[in-house]
Design a protein around this ligand. Structure first.
Ligand code: FE
Length: 338
């Protein structure tokens, strides 16, 4: 995987973090809520003495709340998933740049913007029914518009950030015109009107209701790891493809976050973001949701993901996806991809 080829940077973090800390607490607004994140927060508090007050919620609702609270917001750090959501937060002006050599050095250039940082990556993969669809037909995202797949394609809503970010990447690689043609082709190939989440699409492919679908890698890994017999049957019936290995690489998205403009505890916020980039936190943060760390020197062994093999990821800067997300939405609207 390209990720492994990036240069290794090892930086000591938190070495002198605890003593001069002026801030004693951190207010974290997060759209992530995994068991493993609990240990993460506890370790941060142990290392820095900074208490974390956590507000959990849905991505869009949290952002709305930060916007509405304005200058009075107690929030110091906002963590969410999807590059287009992070970009939306950026556009709303809620973030402020962080001065940190730790973050500058540890987070690769293609996984950050001027104001936010990615802390884990996930890939958007193609899932196909082994009986119904020849995998040779679905090696690329572009293939989902092939006429041979008429009545076979399923995806969640075209308005969902995961698909909009994919559309944004397609525009940058293939151009707007080709992407619009593609979107129309995909809609023409629908087995059903988009509904449900990524896992629902995978289940529908296994059930034969759909021949092929797209889904984030961690949903696939979750089903592989599941001990429910029904989930194991699902994974027996489907094959998984890393798309576009012969062209521009598999589209990756991120979860990430940044410091908020009106953060009352900016020092604590910086320390927390730097902590998320530490070896320990990177492993926890990524593996907790079957994702990959962003810091190249941090290797995580995840049996489910490893069983799918290595892949080359798109090296497009995730921060630039936002430049074409609005265009992707317009194209999808015109194509009837709702
Ligand atoms: Fe998700």
């Amino acid at each position: 995987m390209i990720r492994k080829l990036l240069s290794t940077v090892v930086v000591g973090i938190l070495a002198s973090a605890s003593t001069q800390a002026a801030d004693t607490e951190l207010n974290l607004y997060t759209a992530r809520h995994y068991q493993t994140d609990e240990a993460l927060y506890a370790n941060f508090t142990k290392a820095t003495g900074i208490q974390i007050n956590r507000i959990e919620g849905k991505e869009d609702a949290l952002l709305e709340r930060i916007k509405n609270e304005g200058a009075n917001s107690p929030a110091d750090v906002f963590i969410t998933v999807d590059a287009s959501r992070l970009a939306k937060a950026d556009e709303l002006g809620v973030f402020v740049p962080v001065k940190s050599t730790v973050l500058d050095e540890r987070i690769p250039a293609n996984l950050k913007s001027d104001t936010w940082y990615a802390f884990s990556t996930r890939a958007r993969v193609i899932v196909y029914n082994k009986v119904d669809v020849d995998p040779k037909l679905v090696q690329n995202y572009e293939d989902l518009a092939r006429p041979e797949l008429k009545g076979k394609v399923c995806t969640r809503s075209g308005s969902h950030p995961y698909n909009l970010s994919l559309g944004a990447a397609l525009i940058q690689h293939d151009g707007a015109e080709a992407t619009e043609k593609w979107a129309k082709g995909v809609v023409d190939n629908f087995a059903r009107t988009p509904k449900g989440g990524d896992t629902d699409q995978i289940r529908a492919v296994a059930a034969g209701e759909c021949g092929v679908a797209i889904a984030n890698s961690y949903y696939v890994a979750r089903l592989i790891n599941s001990d429910k017999p029904a989930d194991q049957e699902v994974m027996k019936a489907v094959g998984v493809i890393w798309p576009n290995q012969g062209t521009w690489g598999t589209h990756v998205n991120v979860s990430g976050g940044g410091m908020l403009k009106h953060a009352p505890n900016k020092e604590a916020a910086r320390k927390f973001l730097e902590y998320l980039a530490s070896d320990e936190a990177q492993a926890y943060f990524a593996n907790g949701n079957n994702e990959w760390p962003v810091v190249p020197s941090v290797q995580v062994t995840n049996a489910a993901l490893d069983s799918l093999g290595d892949f080359r990821m798109d090296d497009l800067n995730v921060g630039t996806l936002s430049q074409t997300t609005a265009e992707a939405q317009k194209i999808f609207d015109r194509a009837g991809y709702r």
